[in-house]
Design a protein around this ligand. Sequence first.
Ligand code: KIV
Ligand code: NA
Length: 247
Amino acid sequence: MLTPEDIKAKKSKHEMISMITAYDFAFANIAEAAGIDQILVGDSLANTMLGYKSTREIGMTEMLIFTAAVCRGAPNTHVVADMPYLSDKDPQTAYDNARRLMDVGASSVKIEGTPAGVLEFLHEKGIPVCGHLGLLPQTAENFKQKGRTEEEARAIEEAAKFVEGLCFETVLEHIPEELGKKITDEISIPTIGIGGGKFTDGHVLVMHDALGMHPNKIPPFATKFVDMYSVGVQGVKKYIESVKARA
Ligand code: KIV
Ligand code: NA
């Protein structure tokens, strides 16, 4: 299992870091068997697993159940657990909730943005934190690319310099490629892109997009590597035929 230090060291060795989301035992098994560096139990499970429109619809109850399942399914993989909406609303609440995620097996937690005093407090308490900058789905009004204006780009860059000292890596979501490169060059911790261009130190994808587990449109920066949705529908159709044929 990669420790936060191992993951940081990959940046200096110029080794790309692979991360994918998984939400349950079976798919954590698949990710670990494939040899992924890190699994993210994303709060995107609100969308992919529970059918909600927004990640704001879930909280610690859901995150604890799914994180525990993933940790059982991938006992030898570094598991990052997302801190759900409002679970990090102040430093003490954030610490208590991070502790609960670590207690069910997470190796680290991920926090969107830089909520006041929270990253400092978790750092002081020794909780390894993965940052998340750029597009922040929990609070975003839309899903447009962030950091296009000079002002926005500067704010993201400043946030990156801030999390550099408090996180062991950071996700960069949906920002221009040049900004992804600039931040990756400027900070010493690994950057994990999802729509952050090709120069980040690693990449993360939502497993349901990467494995084609749904028939819906995927984000422009995602790639569907296999079409599990079609394979699944075909499989169930074959089963139905065999039932009807009394086979
Ligand atoms: O919840 C999630 O899947 C995420 C990734 C998009 C980084 O936070
Ligand atoms: Na998330």
